[in-house]
Design a protein around this ligand. Structure first.
Ligand code: MCA
Ligand code: AMP
Length: 523
C-alpha cells in the first residue's frame, strides 16, 4: 500500500499525465509544481499537518498539482465547486474549518467573496512561491493513516456533511478498482465529471493518475465536444444523464459523422456508468452504438466503488454486480437479521473514518453486528463471534442467486438523486423557507429517464403574500448550487399530511407528477 502522492512521484517523469486543450503536462512537471506549491503552503501560509485547505480551480493540470501539493504539505483537501453560490460555498469553508483557500486566478474573486477576510487566499500559479525547487527542504511525506480528503455530501439533515477519508482508505478503494477494471499506464481517460464529488475526483481522475495513465480534462460536459474526444481516449466514466445526452447528440449527427464517432466509441477499452441507476433502455441504446453495455457499478462518497459488473464476462442490465475485492457486504431486514432484500451494509478497508465534527451522525451511520462468517463477501472468513462495524448505506437492495446486487432505491424518501448528484430534500426545503414570504415547503423527487429524479417543490406562501415562481427561483439561485434547484415548483395552499402534520411525501409526489393545472406554476 502507498499514498497516491507516493504513486504519482514514482511515475516516469517524462510520461504524459494531464491533457487540457493543447497543453500536455508530464508527471515530472506535475511533481515539480507540487513541490513548489507545497513549500509555499507550509512556508507562507503556515499550513500544518492535518490543516484543512480548500481549493477552487477549473479542471486541468493546476487542479491536480494543487490537490497533491495539499497532500505534500500533509494537509487535508476540501474541494469546492464553482457551481455553488457564494453563500453555500462560505458555509462549506466555515464547516470545514479551512485556514487557506487555493484558487486559480480566474476564480480568485469568487473565492475571496466566499472566504471573507479571516481565511488566507493563495492565488495559484505554477511558479508561485518564494523559493526555487532546489532550495526547498524536502517535507516529510504524508502517512497512510493521515486524512487526505474531506468531501461534502448531502444527507438527511439540512447541512451537507464532511466525509473523512484517509490515504489508506483511498488506496484501498482505488487498488480494488484497478484490479477489477485492469487499470494500466496505457489508459487514457476522457474526464468530464465535476471534481467536487468522488466520482469525478477519485473514481475517475485519481484512479488513472495512480497507475500513471493520461487524463484528458474537458472544461465542462458538452455532449458534441465529448463525442469528438472519444477518438483520443480509451476510458470514459459518466453518470446516466451523460449517457442520455451523448445518445441524443449521436442521434442528431449526420450519417457520416455518426459512423466516425461510433467507430471511436466502439474502440473504447472501458465505459463505466455510476452515481445513479442506469435505465436499461439507455444502456441498450449505448450498446447498439458501442457494441458493449456500459459497465455499471455502485459507489458512495463514504466507501468509493463497492460493487461492479465484470470487466470481462456478462454485464447484467439493472444490476450493479458483485462486491469488489476487500469489500464486505451484508443485507439486513428491519429487525437487523440477514435477508436477501433490505438495507445494504458495507464493511472493510474502503469505509470512511466518519463525518467531520458530527459524532451523532457518525454513530448513527454505523452498526455493530456479530459476524456471520463473511456472508456475501469476497470469502473473508472472520471468526464466528467477531463483532464487525458496518456502515449503513441507506440503500435498499436485493441479492440475486449469485449474490449480485440490484439497487431498489433509497431507504429515506428525503434523499434524492438527480443527474447523479445526491440531494437532500430537507436542505432544499430549508432554503425555500428562508424566503421571507414563504411559510412552508415540501420537496420530492419525480422519476425521470434522463435525470433519474427531477426535484419538485410544493411551496406555501404566508397569508396574504404574493410571490412569483420566477422571483422565488432568483432567490434560490443565491442559496443553493444550480444542480440542487427545484425544476418543478407549484404554489399551493397546503400539502397532504398525516394526523401529526407530517408531510406524506409519496402522496405529494403523485400530486406533483400530475400535469399542471391552470393555477399551477412551473419553473
Ligand atoms: C440540468 N437540467 C436538469 C437537471 N440538470 N433538469 C432537471 N433536473 C436536473 N438535475 C436541465 C437544465 O434545466 C437545462 O435545461 C439543461 O438541462 C442544461 O442544464 P445544465 O445546468 O447546463 O446541465 P449540465 O451542465 O449539462 O449538467 C448535466 C450533467 C451534470 C453534466 C449531467 O448534472 C453533472 O455533471 N452530473 C454529474 C454529477 C456527479 O458527478 N455525481 C457524482 C456524485 P434547459 O436547456 O431547458 O434550460 S458521487 C457518487 O454519486 C458516488 C460516489 C458514485 O457512485 O459515483
Ligand atoms: P453520493 O453520496 O453522492 O456518493 O451518492 C451515493 C449514492 O448514489 C448511493 O448511496 C446510491 O444511492 C447511488 N448510486 C451510486 N451508484 C449507483 C448505481 N449504479 N445505481 C443506483 N444507485 C447508485
Amino acid at each position: 500500500m502507498r499514498t497516491l502522492l507516493a504513486a504519482l512521484l514514482a511515475h516516469a517523469p517524462d510520461r504524459p499525465a494531464i491533457r487540457r486543450a493543447a497543453v500536455l503536462t508530464s508527471y515530472g512537471s506535475l511533481a515539480q509544481t507540487i513541490a513548489l506549491a507545497a513549500d509555499h503552503l507550509v512556508t507562507d501560509f503556515a499550513v500544518v499537518s492535518g490543516a484543512r485547505v480548500a481549493m477552487l480551480l477549473e479542471p486541468g493540470e493546476d487542479f491536480v498539482a494543487v490537490l497533491f501539493a495539499i497532500w505534500r504539505a500533509r494537509a487535508v483537501a476540501v474541494v469546492l465547486s464553482p457551481l455553488y453560490p457564494p453563500r453555500e460555498r462560505a458555509q462549506l469553508i466555515a464547516d470545514a474549518r479551512a485556514t487557506v483557500i487555493v484558487a486559480s486566478p480566474g476564480l480568485a474573486s469568487v473565492a475571496r467573496e466566499s472566504a471573507g477576510d479571516a481565511i488566507s487566499l493563495y492565488i495559484f500559479s505554477p511558479s508561485s512561491g518564494r523559493r526555487t525547487a532546489s532550495a526547498i527542504d524536502p517535507l516529510p511525506l504524508p502517512a497512510l493513516d493521515d486524512l487526505a480528503l474531506q468531501m461534502y455530501t448531502s444527507g438527511t439533515t439540512g447541512r451537507p456533511k464532511g466525509v473523512l477519508l484517509t490515504h489508506r482508505q483511498l488506496d484501498a478503494q482505488l487498488g480494488a478498482l484497478a484490479f477489477a477494471w485492469a487499470m494500466s499506464p496505457e489508459d487514457s481517460l476522457l474526464h468530464v465529471l465535476p471534481l467536487h464529488h468522488i466520482h469525478g475526483l477519485s473514481i475517475a481522475l485519481l484512479n488513472v493518475v495512480r497507475v500513471g495513465g493520461v487524463v484528458e480534462m474537458l472544461p465542462a460536459f458538452d455532449a458534441p465536444a465529448v463525442l469528438l474526444a472519444f477518438a483520443r481516449c480509451s476510458v470514459f466514466m459518466g453518470v446516466p444523464t451523460m449517457y442520455a445526452r451523448l445518445l441524443d447528440a449521436l442521434d442528431a449527427l449526420d450519417d457520416d459523422a455518426r459512423t466516425l464517432v461510433t467507430c471511436s466509441i466502439s474502440a473504447m477499452r472501458l465505459c463505466t456508468s455510476g452515481s445513479a441507476a442506469l435505465p436499461v433502455s439507455l444502456g441498450e441504446r449505448w450498446a447498439a452504438y458501442a457494441g458493449a453495455y456500459p459497465l455499471e457499478r455502485f459507489g458512495m462518497t463514504e466507501v468509493g466503488v463497492a460493487f461492479s459488473n465484470p470487466l470481462r464476462g456478462k454485464r447484467i442490465p439493472g444490476s450493479v454486480g458483485k462486491a469488489l475485492p476487500g469489500v464486505r457486504m451484508r443485507v439486513v431486514s428491519e429487525d437487523g437479521s440477514s435477508a436477501r432484500e433490505g438495507e445494504l451494509l458495507i464493511a472493510g478497508p474502503t469505509v470512511f473514518e466518519g463525518y467531520f465534527e458530527r459524532p451523532v451522525e457518525t454513530a448513527e451511520a454505523f452498526q455493530t453486528l456479530i459476524d456471520e462468517g463473511g456472508e456475501g463477501d469476497d470469502g473473508d472468513e472472520g471468526g464466528a463471534h467477531d463483532e464487525v462495524l458496518w456502515f449503513k448505506t441507506g440503500d435498499t437492495v436485493r441479492l440475486d442467486a449469485d449474490d449480485r446486487v440490484q439497487i431498489l432505491g433509497r431507504t429515506s424518501v428525503d434523499i434524492l438523486k438527480s443527474a447523479g448528484y445526491k440531494l437532500s430534500a430537507i436542505e432544499i426545503e430549508e432554503a425555500l423557507r428562508r424566503h421571507p414570504r414563504v411559510r412552508d415547503a415540501a420537496v420530492v423527487g419525480l422519476p425521470s429517464e434522463t435525470y433519474g429524479q427531477v426535484v419538485a417543490a410544493a411551496v406555501m406562501l404566508k397569508s396574504g403574500a404574493a410571490l412569483s415562481v420566477t422571483e422565488l427561483m432568483t432567490f434560490m439561485s443565491n442559496e443553493l448550487a444550480s444542480y440542487k434547484l427545484p425544476r418543478i415548483v407549484r404554489l399551493v395552499d397546503d400539502v397532504p399530511r398525516n394526523v401529526l402534520g407530517k408531510v406524506l411525501k409519496r402522496e405529494l409526489a403523485v400530486l406533483l407528477a400530475r400535469e399542471p393545472g391552470a393555477d399551477d406554476s412551473l419553473a
